[in-house]
Design a protein around this ligand. Structure first.
Ligand code: WT7
Length: 656
């Protein structure tokens, strides 16, 4: 976090209590009600979650055991049978919601579609039958590499319906990144599109899939399903590739939802850590369904008249939990937008809000900072009076951005929910409940009922009010990740053994630094490990370094970040070259492009700095702390006595 950010947090002391008008009709109406929920959950967590599971979801068969906790492995609602696709679709068909809009979609070129619950159910059933026809059975894994079109959600729900686990890979990832994930997850089928629209250009998704699968390097994949989105021509490999729309016509519309065990795998989603290759985060059926359902309902305060819009991509956990599963499980209207602000239409987000009368809007601080930069005349030129609640996620929000969001987008009347969570947590963990909790700009406020968050030191001891420490969670919760796909040990090591147990109890280590103030409000400061947050996207320094050293010119690479006004953080790569290469602008550009090819555009370094040597300790560890100081143009702080060669630092500094 930048100095100016910390400064403004210190200065911004205003408290924004919920208005009486909002609280009156809210799902959770007062601080007392919130407190009662927390008390109930804390005194008997299993009873709390079991009552909600019973009230809020449909079960083919009730569970025998609410929680089986063999630290760090949790099983929720053991013995229960349910299906998240049933909960998101079928159960609404017997109510008035049958003909309610489930999914409103707006394409970038201006085309649009609305699917009612009945229509979405039909498409999902048909596509589930297509998957079956291609030999997909319960327990198989299916890769999804799609633009933001309704078929992305349909594909996810169809997998869930027949018990295949999906693994969505963000459409901005490169063919190489896609290939690695498909190999790790052992996908049987890949679902993609001929292309998707992005800022006026076509992203050639099918072409990337072809590259990822070339030379049979992913032998588990037997079929590729292609949605016709852009109608540009693509190569179709006989017997492997099929058009979605052609197969949809050949199947029956009847496909009952498969009763799944609560703990059957629902999906694997890859995310970056501080070491090694990205981890496949595993989420299962029952607990994830309950947790995303109840957090969506209480945090976004869903009412039947809401038009709810989360601007994330389905390739991230936010898209899984808060575009698809959470909203649909609640029978809400969820909006999906293919586009992003672009030169030809910088105000497109406001157009969408006005066109559909969006009431709840959930986006990221990096987007808000970009909106600020484009100027308030854009939102001011649209009628945004339908909005009643705003949300933010992905990184700490600087108070200036919070205040602007509140004033310009929210017209001063909408509460803001700053929601802290992670791919691993499945759903939102620390957040205001908008009718109950007064907000402070820059704070995610208080834990969701049933979430036992704390701030501790390296020994695992709680720290005092306003003292910095590590953010941890003390008790298992239904939405938590179950393991790293294929690597239980890595799961244990990364999240549960990073800090010593407290009174013999394992604690979940989130990887974020935080402090709790005198009112019990949490202030999340950002990652404490080697994980970067660029425009709300999570990247491991090691991943970017491996991509760089795979280029023949690079001998060594050390990646850090520096604060960036819009993106939050920007990647700075320090590079030493192989003997025959010398620094040049051309090489710098080439290396940036190389990272884009290896990982994707989100990982493109902003700055490449060539150096003769990297600052290392006597034992050969790169001293990133010093590089971070250098990258952001700050004075070198802290101890440099372990540095092997002080000359390296002086040289780097000299380059400025
Ligand atoms: C990391 C998780 C699941 C949300 C999308 C990102 C940071 C997320 C906040 C927030 C401060 C936040 C944390 C976290 N983060 N939301 N409201 N305030 N920091 O999911 O890719 O798994 O990244 O994003 O550093 O650990 P993710």
């Amino acid at each position: 976090m930048s100095e100016s950010n910390i400064e403004s947090i210190l200065q911004e002391k205003r408290l924004f209590p919920p208005t009486a008008a909002f609280s009156q009709n809210a799902q959770i109406k007062s601080l007392e009600e919130y407190q009662q929920l927390c008390d109930r959950a804390n005194s008997d967590p299993q009873k709390f979650w079991a009552e909600l599971a019973e009230q809020e979801l449909h079960w083919f068969q009730k569970w025998d055991t609410v929680l089986d906790w063999q630290p760090p492995f949790a099983k929720w609602f053991v013995g229960g049978k349910t299906n998240i696709s049933y909960n998101c679709l079928d159960r609404h068909l017997t109510t008035w919601r049958k003909n309610k809009a489930a999914l409103i979609w707006e394409g970038e070129p201006g085309d649009s579609r609305t699917l009612t619950y009945a229509q979405l159910h039909l498409e999902v059933c048909q596509f589930a039958n297509v998957l079956k026809q291609l030999g997909v059975v319960k327990g198989d894994r299916v890769g999804i590499y799609m633009p933001m079109i309704p078929e992305a959600a349909i594909a996810m729900l169809a997998c869930a319906r027949i018990g295949a686990a999906h693994s969505v890979v963000f459409g901005g990832f490169s063919a190489e990144a896609l290939r690695d994930r498909l190999i790790d997850v052992e996908a049987k089928v890949v679902i993609t599109a001929d292309g998707g629209w992005r800022k006026g250009a076509i992203v050639p998704l099918k072409e990337q899939v072809d590259k990822a699968l070339a030379n049979n390097v992913v032998p588990t994949v037997t079929s590729v399903l292609v949605v016709q989105r852009t109608k540009q021509s693509v190569e179709m490999q006989p017997e492997r590739d099929f058009w979605w729309h052609e197969l949809q016509k050949t199947v029956s519309a009847d496909c009952p939802a498969e009763p799944m065990d609560s703990e059957d795998m629902l999906f694997v989603l890859y995310t970056s850590g501080s070491t090694g290759k990205p981890k496949g985060v595993v989420h299962t059926t029952g607990g994830y369904n309950l947790y995303t359902h109840i957090t969506t309902k209480w945090i976004f305060d869903l009412q039947d008249t809401d038009v709810y819009w989360c601007t994330a991509d389905v390739g991230w956990i936010t898209g899984h939990s808060y575009i698809v599963y959470g909203p649909l499980s609640n029978g809400a209207t969820t909006l999906m937008y293919e586009g992003a602000p672009r030169a030809s239409n910088p105000g497109c987000m406001w157009d969408v809000i006005e066109k559909y009368g969006v009431t709840v809007f959930y986006t990221a601080p990096t987007a808000i900072r970009a909106f600020i930069k484009m100027g308030e005349q854009l939102p001011n030129a649209r009628n945004l009076s339908s909005l009643r609640l705003l949300g933010t996620v992905g990184e700490p929000i600087n108070p200036e951005a919070w205040i602007w969001y509140q004033r310009v987008v929210g017209g001063g009347r909408c509460p803001i929910v700053d929601t802290w969570w992670q791919t691993e947590t499945g759903g939102i963990m620390i957040t205001p409940l908008p009718g109950a909790i007064a907000t402070k700009p820059g704070s995610a406020t208080r834990p969701f009922p049933g979430i036992m968050a704390d701030v501790v030191d390296l020994e695992g001891n709680p720290v005092g009010d306003n003292e910095g420490g590590y953010l941890v969670i003390r008790h298992p919760w239904p939405g938590m990740m179950r393991t790293v796909y294929g690597d239980d040990e890595r799961f244990r090591r990364t999240y549960w053994e990073h800090l010593p147990p407290t009174n013999g109890q394992y604690v979940y280590f989130a990887g974020d630094g935080a402090r709790r103030d005198e009112d019990g409000y949490f202030w999340v400061m950002g990652r404490v490990d080697d994980v970067l947050n660029v425009s709300g996207h999570r990247l491991g320094t090691m991943e970017v370094e491996s991509a760089l050293v795979s280029h023949p010119a690079v001998a060594e690479a050390a990646v850090v970040s520096k604060p960036d006004e819009i993106k939050g953080e920007e990647i700075v790569a320090f590079i030493t070259l192989e003997g025959t290469y010398s620094p040049s602008d051309k090489l710098s550009k080439e290396l940036k492009q190389h990272v884009v090819k290896e990982i994707g555009a989100i990982a493109r370094p902003g700055v490449i700095r060539f150096t003769d040597a990297l600052p290392k300790t006597r034992s050969g560890k790169i001293m990133r702390r010093l590089l971070r100081n250098l990258a952001s143009g700050q004075e070198i702080t802290g101890d440099t006595s372990t540095l092997e060669d002080r000359g390296v630092l002086d040289k780097l500094r000299g380059e400025g």
